[in-house]
Design a binder for this molecule. Structure first.
Ligand code: AMP
Length: 590
């Protein structure tokens, strides 16, 4: 029987599961719907509810219902659901388990492997938490891939041409934008930026604020009434969705509150114009991120061939119009924005399973990783100067090493701190791990240590430090600095979950690495600048046909300059030639 690897988009608001079946990608329905609300709850009798039923009861029983758990992934925390508390991984595992069961029912066979997507902006901790959730659900997570990469796969599934695209993904709780280069059989994320705390839920929250202000103006304050607040949230989302298609939405909630024994009803009309004013700052923030990502890819907006929309909130008209204004190009939205990420994950799963290999992914790291050392910072020697080893936007997998020296005679021990961030002062970055290398040789200062950072395709970081003269080594794996499950915790969590899910049997058989072999295909990509320059040349060449004689000459000169710089020098000359050609294209297209 075929080794099926399902694709899962584990979303903040909704989750989806897809599969490539007989060469065709399709979404698997769960309870008759393509979107499974990412909501988990306990019914009156303690039965577990996942999806729409849980979402429905949120209004009534917010205390035993959990939503938007993706926002908490990677945090060392527990959320209450009824009498007990659960980690974000456990709650996510319940959603994954539901998707797994739906896939098994649909396919008529056991499903044990999945590709799960995460925002490109997710940290190591968040990726590892996602992996843990998969394990708890009885799934071997063969690959964690970035959502924009998955979306690009879905959108490009029928295209063979090389293209540079922007994937703009605005979901319920996360925003991600990535510049992706798709050549014949390689999909590479050139740069990505975003905010994992921004999404359509924030739009809902602004409407809720508006409703509260309105109620307060009438002498009622629903803020402390959780049931009323949950109803307001639901009403706000409905209004938001209405406003995607209509200029006004009527928000009506009967018996929302009680005041002095009398019922309080809510009835308020919201105009799209007013709503757009509320959400404009969020959209402006996303556009800023778009420009940062484009710049990070070494491009200007003129270098983009296409803009792909992903995530339910991109149905908001203001999102589309502002993007079009800013990028001077109509964004593509022909693939269902809610489903394209799961679709892409399924395609990736099929590639790993060896079914019709159409594309090999090359991802980049969205963060810089490094360590600290005594070095000059702002003209002074400072013990926590940040020494980046793997820079943001480097294609992964990647391994980088750097030499360090002991700073005083007889130094027997070094603490290696590992950070994620961009600030030259390491203390302003996020410390994601640390380890000691102890028992160094009793020698004068200047004893050399080689520190190595290896980041794999799942965003898991291996760090080691080796005394050069003896080979003495210490290492750590930063799967998740804060919330990684120890194996006993994992077992306890499994037990708690099996008690919760009626008839749930933890899957027998250990997780294997067999399918990690598929990773071997993902070679290290070309340098970002070179890829971007080539993309620009291709774009300029495509413009030659439609250009008048004068513009054509300018384009030919520009193309030659970039090609020349590519052949001779990848430094300043290339930057200059690329900038000039990008400006020319921008001028010609505007
Ligand atoms: P996702 O996380 O991709 O499933 O996106 C879910 C988000 O998209 C939620 O905030 C939804 O309320 C929002 N959404 C879904 N449909 C629409 C719509 N037609 N207009 C605006 N937002 C929508």
């Amino acid at each position: 029987m075929n080794d099926i690897i399902i694709g899962i988009d584990l979303g903040t608001t909704n989750s989806e599961v897809a599969v490539v079946d007989g060469g065709q990608t399709r979404i698997i329905e769960v309870d008759g719907a393509k979107l499974l609300p990412s909501v988990v709850g306990l019914a009156d009798d303690g039965a577990l509810l996942v999806g729409q039923t849980a979402r429905n009861q949120y209004v009534l029983y917010p205390e035993r219902t959990v939503r938007s758990i993706k926002r908490r992934m990677g945090e060392d925390t527990k959320v209450a659901m009824g009498p007990q508390s659960y980690t974000p991984q456990e709650i996510s595992a319940l959603i994954l388990k539901r998707l797994k069961q739906a896939a098994e029912k649909d396919l008529g066979q056991a499903v044990t492997k999945a590709v799960i997507t995460v925002p490109a902006y997710f940290s190591d901790a968040q990726r590892q938490a996602t992996r843990d959730a998969g394990e708890l659900a009885g799934l071997e997570v063969v690959r964690i891939i970035n959502e924009p990469t998955a979306a690009a796969l879905a959108y490009e599934v029928d295209h063979a041409q090389g293209k540079t695209i922007l994937v703009y993904d605005l979901g319920g709780g996360t925003f991600d934008c990535s510049v992706v280069r798709i050549a014949k059989d390689v999909t590479e994320v050139l740069a990505s930026h975003g905010n994992n705390q921004l999404g359509g839920d924030d739009f809902d929250a602004r409407i809720v604020d508006h409703l509260i202000t309105h109620l307060k103006s009438q002498g009622h304050d629903p803020s402390d009434n959780r049931t009323a607040m949950a109803r307001l949230m639901r009403a706000a989302e409905t209004a938001k969705i209405t406003l995607s298609d209509a200029p006004f939405a009527l928000i009506q909630e009967e018996y929302l509150l009680e005041h002095a024994g009398a019922p309080v009803h809510l009835s308020l009309e919201l105009a799209r114009e007013d709503y757009e004013e509320m959400i404009a700052p969020y959209i402006a923030e996303t556009l800023e991120a778009v420009h940062i990502a484009v710049k990070g890819a070494g491009l200007t907006v003129a270098g983009l061939d296409e803009v792909l929309l992903v995530g339910g909130a991109t149905r908001t008209p203001l999102v589309q119009s502002r993007l079009e204004e800013e990028l001077r190009m109509q964004p593509r939205s022909e693939v269902d924005p809610d489903l394209c990420v799961a679709t892409g994950a399924a395609i990736q799963g099929a590639v790993i399973a060896g079914a019709q290999v159409a594309s090999v992914l090359v991802d980049v790291t969205p963060y810089t990783f490094g360590t600290s050392a005594i070095a000059e910072l702002n003209g002074e020697m400072y013990p926590y100067t940040y020494i980046p080893l793997i820079r943001k936007n480097t294609p992964i997998p990647v391994t980088k090493s750097e030499a360090f020296e002991t700073s005083y005679d007889g130094q027997r021990k070094i603490i290696v701190n590992v950070y994620q961030g961009e600030d030259p002062d390491a203390l302003n970055n996020t410390e994601i791990g640390s380890f000691n290398i102890d028992g160094l040789s009793d020698v004068p200062a200047g004893n050399i240590l080689i520190t190595t950072f290896s980041l794999d395709v799942n965003g898991i970081l291996h760090v080691s430090s080796r005394e050069k003269r003896t080979g003495l080594e210490a290492r750590t794996t930063i799967d998740n600095a804060t919330t990684r499950f120890a194996s006993d915790e994992l077992a306890a969590a499994r037990e708690r979950l099996s008690a919760l899910i009626d008839g749930y049997e933890p899957d027998a058989g250990a997780v294997t690495d067999a399918d990690a072999a598929g990773d071997a295909d993902a070679g290290v990509g070309e340098r970002r600048e070179i890829v971007a320059a080539r993309a620009l040349v291709e774009k300029a060449e495509r413009l030659l046909d439609g250009a008048n004689a004068e513009d054509r000459d300018d384009l030919v000169d520009g193309i030659e300059a970039v090609k020349d710089a590519l052949a001779r020098d990848h430094g300043e000359a290339l930057d200059k030639a690329v900038a000039q050609l990008a400006d020319l294209i921008y001028y010609l297209e505007s």
